[in-house]
Write a protein that binds this ligand. Structure first.
Ligand SMILES: CC(C)(COP(=O)(O)OP(=O)(O)OC[C@H]1O[C@@H](n2cnc3c(N)ncnc32)[C@H](O)[C@@H]1OP(=O)(O)O)[C@@H](O)C(=O)NCCC(=O)NCCS
Length: 252
């Protein structure tokens, strides 16, 4: 498959809309609550409202920091198959990062972006993993889309001369794990692994996988934020900061 990394603002309108739709779908349970749209029973109406609000967010992100809004475009499928959003924050250390996703990101609009800041913050990563024939999806999986997106941000941080980079991530399977296994502290949950040694959590597992490729031991969560995103039901309101700064140093 021929995939290409491009800036979101370079997409044709139809493809830009596809990215917004993918955002709306992948963050559905969070956005429906945050936009207070749960009472709307009609799925299509609700989807249109979520879409409209996310469209405004993504357009503003492109205005604030176009270089940080990156997609992977697949030429065979003639569409974007993943996207990642970042901005630069004035924060010398991890402790200086605001403890909520909304606080850090200016409610998702990236008004907190500071071109003279210190730290590249990846605030959202999404990939296409449904809505295509199974064969296509498995071909897509082999393209390492999330890794390509994270590497693109890593390259951007290097190019911008930044010494710090984080992913403002979420333990996306925590709610489901607790529902199945009973109360479990977040610290214990973030240690749960399958028989192959992979973290139970897919999102933190993805970051661990990426970071461990740079050096052993880099993949551990750097800071856990209770109520980081209170209305995220899948992550039970938690955010987790994953620190890519040592990976930047290694490739300097
Ligand atoms: C999180 C998300 C981006 C993951 O994307 P994905 O393409 O489905 O990820 P994959 O399952 O292909 O995993 C990506 C990589 O991490 C690895 N990985 C996945 N889960 C893992 C785990 N639990 N432990 C270790 N490695 C893991 C995969 O093997 C893969 O590596 P490879 O490309 O070298 O094979 C996607 O599920 C999504 O869009 N979620 C909704 C939005 C969200 O929660 N975003 C993340 C928070 S910022």
């Amino acid at each position: 498959m021929h995939i290409e990394v491009v800036q979101m603002r370079r997409l044709a309108e139809r493809d830009f809309d596809r990215v917004v739709k993918l955002e709306a779908r992948n963050w559905w349970n969070v956005l429906s609550r945050e936009y207070d749209l749960e009472h709307i029973a009609n799925f299509h109406t609700r989807m249109e409202l979520v879409f409209g609000r996310q469209l405004l967010r993504l357009l503003q992100r492109c205005d604030e920091f176009p270089e940080g809004q990156i997609v992977v475009y697949c030429h065979e499928l003639k569409r974007p198959v993943g996207a990642i959003s970042s901005f630069i924050l004035k924060a010398a250390t991890l402790e200086d990062v605001p403890p909520t996703w909304h606080g850090a990101t200016g409610n998702g609009y990236f008004t907190t972006h500071d071109s003279k800041g210190d730290m590249l913050v990846c605030a959202s990563i999404i990939t296409l993993h449904s809505g295509l024939p199974a064969q296509r999806l498995s071909e897509l999986k082999k393209q390492h889309i999330s890794s390509t997106l994270l590497r693109a941000q890593h390259d951007l941080a290097v190019k911008a001369g930044l010494r710090k980079m984080i992913a403002y991530s979420r333990p996306m399977n925590y709610g489901e794990y607790v529902a199945r296994n009973g109360p479990t502290s977040i610290e214990d949950y973030l240690r749960v692994r399958d028989e192959r040694g992979r973290l139970y959590d897919r999102s933190i597992g993805m970051h661990e996988h990426e970071l461990e490729a740079f050096a052993r031991g880099l993949g551990r969560p750097a800071r856990i934020l209770p109520n980081g995103r209170p209305l995220d039901p899948e992550a039970l309101g938690y955010n987790v900061l994953m620190d890519y700064s040592p990976a930047l140093e290694l490739s300097a």
